[in-house]
Design a protein around this ligand. Sequence first.
Ligand code: SF4
Length: 238
Amino acid sequence: MQDQTQPEKDALSAYFFQIADAAQKESQDSSPSLFPIIRQVMDAAAQVLASVALTCESPEPDCAGGCSFCCHSRIHVTPLEAVLISTYIQDCFSADDQYHLKTRIRDNLGHTRGQSLAQRVAIKDKTPCIFLDHHACMVYDQRPFICRTWNSLDRRACETAFVSGDHEAEIPCLSAPNYVYTLARDVVQDVCTRLHLETGRVELVSAMDQCLKLTDAADTFTKGVTIFDSGKLLLPPV
Ligand code: SF4
């Protein structure tokens, strides 16, 4: 039996493809870049969610500035997201901030490389996301799709799960951000496949380590070179 949400899903995917195609055409007309594609699809997803919030009586997430429990998880991103973030770092971070970031990457990998999920969870208060600074995201406007899906209807549940180390705790949340941003990310991945660019999933810290060793990750990626050996940059299973 066909999933009842399939037509809605297909229409939303088609909309995101339309945005991506228009962004691609526009960027070819000016300076060729893949970044307008991902940025405009991210913006379109945010607008879809804003209109859903206006039309549905859904509760407000309990997320607020200064709360960063969810930013202590290790995450996977797509190669294009990793390249987008690393380009932002190289263009916008001061030399000092880049130095500190590289130190955080090295420390983080030193603590976590080869560790199981249980071992990583046990030290997660010592291994916040490399981009977390005073409970704020240093790459907020470029943050990956996965971070955009996160929301919580109960901040205390996040705190309890964080303090107890229960990584399977049920956090009440809105499902729409997960649905919409995951679909948007899949569309961007499909566009990359169509353009013969690297796709897949890579662990964020290892991906940043790899990208920041390159002089121009964006140029290398755009040429279709495989930057990440995706299979090797995934976190080990539990
Ligand atoms: S990239 Fe930003 S939003 Fe995502 S986990 Fe890291 S600090 Fe949090």
